[in-house]
Design a binder for this molecule. Sequence first.
Ligand SMILES: C[S@@+](CC[C@H](N)C(=O)[O-])C[C@H]1O[C@@H](n2cnc3c(N)ncnc32)[C@H](O)[C@@H]1O
Length: 331
Amino acid sequence: MTQKALRQVSYILPTVLQRSSLSESHQFLSFDRIITGDARRVLRSLPVASVDLSFWSPPYYVGKSYESGLSFDDWQDLLRDVIACHAHFLKPGGFLAVNIGDIICFRDSKIPRFQANNVRGKKHPVTKEQVLETQRRHPGANRHQLATILGCSEQTVQRRLQHNNVRGGKNHVSTKVLLTGCMVAEWAEEAGLYLYDQRVWHKDPCWANSRWHSNSYRAVDEFEHVYIFWQPGIVDYDRLRLTDAEWSAWGSRGVWTIKSVRRNTRHEAEFPEELAERVIRLFSPSGGVVIDPFVGTGTTTAIAKRLGRRWLGIDLDSKYTTMARKRTNES
Ligand SMILES: C[S@@+](CC[C@H](N)C(=O)[O-])C[C@H]1O[C@@H](n2cnc3c(N)ncnc32)[C@H](O)[C@@H]1O
């Protein structure tokens, strides 16, 4: 048996066993709740074939505080396990939509280190102490605001506070860059879900205004992907889910331009309500069940509720589940 086939068996088998044990025990979770816990554990208690759409944005492995304990292998295991769980609870014809950054970077001493000379030798005079002092004087100011006050780029603020970004630099070993979508699609197929579509979320062009430039010819980070996977089964296609104007404006369009959430005081990586609304309206029926196992501040569940769907949110951090519960209940 090949390595890949072995991996498929090891992911599909537990799902099949789980299906039978779950249907015997009937100890299922009910919907319209926000649950604190590890998605891998909670998802296993969902009823078989009960969910129309699972829409989420996982930790991206880019150094956010909520993923600081994860190694690259842990991160891969987390996503692979969560995706594997979907086989049992997605309805036939249901969808998994994963919003994720297009590339992943991690330190890898085995590959050659990218080398570049900064031939102009330009360095902004703002110091780390000045950034820290400005932060003290303007508590709660985000990176964009700090950069405006200091008259420098957001990149300078980031560099002074955290040294070089996650893509490495002269103080780090080499950085390997991989396409995230390939990895996610492989894990989905192992679980028996098939890539159906993708949308590119073009974030607001704030990067252009922030004067965030790369010294090494790399593109600034201005888009993310939504990868959509299909659980084999019949999809009810309803032309009236969107108006004609909505079909033309975004329903049939591959690139969605939606402003990102610039405020990062309540969460470091909130996605915009408009993104959740589009995905939910396109990929779930009215009255259907929408879940988010990495619910954060509750964007998916609040919008799902507002759009007349049933909902379920999970997050490891009780600070976020408290927030998500309040936001969703008030929505
Ligand atoms: C990218 S954020 C999601 C933000 C969310 N979409 C929003 O709009 O607020 C990822 C979330 O996953 C949570 N998380 C990380 N590991 C988890 C796990 N094993 N199980 C459940 N949640 C987890 C983090 O606490 C974080 O809130």
